[in-house]
Design a protein around this ligand. Structure first.
Ligand SMILES: CC(C)(COP(=O)(O)OP(=O)(O)OC[C@H]1O[C@@H](n2cnc3c(N)ncnc32)[C@H](O)[C@@H]1OP(=O)(O)O)[C@@H](O)C(=O)NCCC(=O)NCCS
Length: 164
């Protein structure tokens, strides 16, 4: 066997995106706690995953279905032809490798088939990685909420992407 074939055998497999399951609640709560100052408890995660108006997309890594674990997730609430991103987070050690982009692509694909026309989100204007991700996907600023985050010192941008 050639060296490059051997390397491929041991390389980390690409993450896959799947719908979230109630059994993911603990893992998603842990991912959320690493990403945000105010964590959401597992019970809240469980309720959101089970909510029929909320779509949860989870990126999982692992060689087999039994060893795959969540490394990132997105939650989106949809109503009629509009949807809003509630949260998106990638495990700190797995950031900057395209997982956020992969999950967003999958989420937008699913929303498109649900006939959602506009996708909204709110982001801290100082959050460079998130802004890069959103802008590359075609999100545009449609509003600004002054002194919205972190004890009233950071502004929130409201952004929208048109899916049709
Ligand atoms: C925002 C977040 C989800 C992005 O996930 P990610 O897997 O690291 O993103 P990706 O690797 O797919 O990168 C997406 C884009 O952002 C850019 N990017 C990623 N990390 C970056 C960084 N630290 N600085 C600048 N740009 C960055 C990439 O270059 C990429 O651009 P491209 O599409 O042109 O290649 C992740 O950083 C995260 O979990 N942050 C904490 C939680 C958070 O802030 N969520 C958003 C709240 S609104």
């Amino acid at each position: 066997m050639k060296f490059c074939d051997l390397m491929r055998l041991f390389a980390r497999p690409q993450p896959i995106c799947e719908p979230g399951r109630v059994a993911d609640a603990d893992d998603l709560a842990a991912l959320h706690a690493h990403a945000f100052r105010h964590g959401w408890p597992a019970t809240e995660m469980e309720a959101l995953i089970a909510d029929p108006t909320v779509m949860t997309v989870v990126a999982r890594e692992g060689r087999t279905p039994f060893t795959r674990r969540p490394v990132g997730f997105i939650m989106v609430r949809a109503a009629a032809d509009e949807a809003e991103i509630l949260t998106v987070a990638v495990m700190p050690t797995r950031r900057g490798r395209g997982i956020g982009r992969l999950m967003m692509d999958e989420t937008i694909r699913r929303l498109y088939f649900m006939r959602v026309a506009s996708l909204f989100l709110e982001v801290d204007e100082g959050n460079g990685p998130a802004l890069a991700l959103y802008r590359h996907l075609g999100f545009r600023e449609v509003g600004r909420r002054a002194n919205y985050y972190a004890g009233g010192t950071a502004n929130a941008l409201v952004m929208r992407a048109d899916l049709k």
